[in-house]
Design a protein around this ligand. Structure first.
Ligand SMILES: Nc1ncnc2c1ncn2[C@@H]1O[C@H](COP(=O)(O)OP(=O)(O)OP(=O)(O)O)[C@@H](O)[C@H]1O
Ligand SMILES: [Mg+2]
Length: 266
């Protein structure tokens, strides 16, 4: 008689400890985006937020952190390109921002150039040891502060100093592993639109990260509209359509990109 293909009842089914269901979702809190992502970013994912200049990368990242802090999740913004004081000043013009979130320690800003200075990273190109120290420092901050949401603005600036492709690959793999183990959901800003099918400085970045969200501009009847599209997001189904993204005082708003009365094919 042929052996039964079904598993005997006595053999336990092994469920991976990090299944998306167990890890849960990190609700971005950005109107419309959680629906696009079928319930939010799978917790612990590292997501590349790519877009050319002025497409809203920093604003989306800041709202992601503010919405998390409002839910009691510790949130940290690692700023490379803009001084924190200036970012906070801009953020203050949005109605959704509340200063108490910073006073209570739920929302923290850290200037990466200060980290470089403190760690004595004064060479233009970061060495293997520097990269190792940078990962351990970021991981240490996340662990010490209990950070559940983090933004690095921008990954591109850090990659300019890492320079070599194989080191960028190693940096991202190790950073991703460290942050995921700490259940920290991360947005890495990439200052690239989808030029030549690439979303990052070297093109390896998007292959390593768990998700890619693309911001861009499109023209409609003489206006330039901001648009958002989820290119990939591991561990969840998601819409691949293009959405119009509006920056309003109460936060970002997503709406289907209509063309001739129908959502435009992406
Ligand atoms: N407080 C605000 N209220 C309304 N609109 C704003 C506000 N701050 C920024 N914007 C709009 O968003 C645009 C830039 O947004 P943001 O800084 O998030 O983009 P970015 O993609 O991070 O830009 P960059 O590539 O320069 O870093 C501005 O040009 C402006 O049109
Ligand atoms: Mg920016």
């Amino acid at each position: 008689m042929a052996a039964s293909p079904s598993r005997p009842a006595s053999v336990p089914v092994i469920v991976p400890v990090t299944s998306p269901e167990e890890r849960g979702r990190c609700l971005t809190g950005i109107a419309g985006l959680d629906n696009i992502l079928d319930g939010g970013i799978p917790r612990g994912n590292m997501v590349l937020l790519a877009g050319s200049v002025g497409t809203g990368k920093t604003t989306l990242s800041l709202e992601f952190l503010v919405r998390g802090a409002e839910r009691g999740e510790r949130s940290m913004f690692l700023s490379v390109t803009e001084a924190s004081a200036k970012l906070i000043e801009n953020l203050s013009s949005f109605e959704f921002f509340k200063k108490e979130l910073m006073e209570s320690g739920l929302l923290t800003f850290v200037d990466v150039p200060t980290i470089y200075d403190k760690l004595g990273m004064d060479q233009e190109e970061l060495s293997v040891d520097d990269i190792d120290l940078l990962i351990r420092t970021i991981g240490g901050l996340v662990k010490e502060l209990g950070v559940r949401r983090m933004v690095l603005d921008s990954l591109t600036s850090v990659c300019y100093r890492i320079r070599r492709e194989e080191r960028i690959r190693d940096f991202l793999l190790r950073l991703g592993r460290t942050l995921s183990e700490l259940h920290c959901t991360t947005i890495l800003v990439s200052e690239f639109g989808s030029t030549a099918g690439r979303y990052s400085l070297h093109g390896v970045e998007e292959a390593i990260v768990d998700g890619v969200i693309l911001l861009g501009n499109t023209r409609r009847q003489g206006d330039i509209l901001r648009v958002l599209q989820v290119i990939k997001m591991r561990a969840t189904s998601h819409s691949r359509a293009q959405y119009v993204m509006e920056l309003t005082p109460i936060g970002l708003l997503m709406a289907p990109h209509l063309k001739g009365g129908r959502p435009e094919a992406s």
